[in-house]
Design a protein around this ligand. Structure first.
Ligand code: ADE
Length: 275
């Protein structure tokens, strides 16, 4: 059955983003979720007439560390706020020489090495197994890549984001291990976010913004938070520009996601709860 979807663009990212230029009809709204408390209220607004919802991933003022985020409540609240797609903007370390600080990577894969987070909406009652073989929506990736190239941003399309638990950064042995696995970037936040977005049948893509070379790099012995924050704030304008450019094109009414992100549960193995 063909159906017209009117997109609502969800953004999950850092504090620099809620000053989005051109965001109109701004209103912070508290969204209740049966999964607990999301990181913050969700900023509702329109950008070039397109409905946009922004969730500060760590809360305003950055009070919540990656392991303590309620990823389920965050994704559920975005869904309840009407989002049809989610663009995740995230600071990462680089695991490749050719991805220096300041670079943007539109990743297409993840390795999930987190271990202290609730990862599924299907944990109590009915059991469900969705495919996350291709965790990123190619349609969103295409749009982000086109905007980044148009704006002349230093961007790479594709790559694997290693998601670690943290909060400590990696040891050098770990960093070298992840490099040997062919990973491009490393961060602490995109899992289980991406998996839950798929369970919630939301299109999802990540713009990974490189802030440092992690600790494998011979010229960068250790990652410091100062370094990460400095590059991140330096990049905030570019990230805002990217969002402002990509949203109008994504906002046009469309059919179902060609990759099937919005029908992920049609093919999931789901077992009804036992009576
Ligand atoms: N976020 C930013 N830089 C990082 C790094 N090197 N490791 C993990 N998370 C990060």
């Amino acid at each position: 059955m063909s159906e017209t979807v009117t997109p609502v663009i969800g953004l999950i990212g850092g504090s620099g983003l809620y000053d989005l230029p051109g965001l109109q009809q701004r209103e912070w709204k508290r969204i209740e979720s049966p999964w607990g408390e999301p990181s913050d209220e969700i900023l509702h607004g329109t950008l070039s007439g397109v409905p946009v919802r922004f969730l500060p991933r760590h809360g305003r003022g950055h009070p919540t560390p990656p392991s303590r985020l309620n990823y389920r409540a965050n994704i559920d609240a975005m869904k309840r706020a009407g989002c049809t797609e989610i663009i995740s903007l995230s600071a990462v370390g680089s695991l490749k020489e050719e991805l220096p600080p300041g670079h943007f990577v539109i990743v297409d894969q993840f390795i999930d090495r987190t271990f202290a987070r609730e990862k599924s909406f299907f944990e109590t009652g009915c059991v469900g197994h969705v495919s996350v073989a291709h965790p990123v929506c190619p349609r969103l990736g295409d749009a982000l890549e086109a905007s980044a190239r148009k704006l002349g941003l230093p961007v790479t399309r594709g790559g694997t984001y290693m998601v670690m638990e943290g909060p400590q950064f990696s040891t050098k042995a770990e960093s070298l291990l992840y490099r040997s696995w062919g990973c491009s970037v490393i961060g602490m936040t995109n899992m289980p976010e991406a998996k839950l977005a798929r369970e919630a049948e939301l299109c999802y893509a990540t713009v990974a913004m490189v802030t440092d070379f992690d600790c494998w790099h011979p010229d960068h012995d250790a990652v410091t938070v100062d370094q990460v924050v400095k590059v991140l704030f330096g990049n905030a304008d570019l990230a805002r520009g990217l969002v402002a450019d990509v949203v109008p094109g994504l906002g046009a009414p469309r059919g179902h996601c060609p990759a099937g992100c919005d029908r992920a549960l049609d093919h999931a193995l789901i077992t009804a709860p036992e009576k």
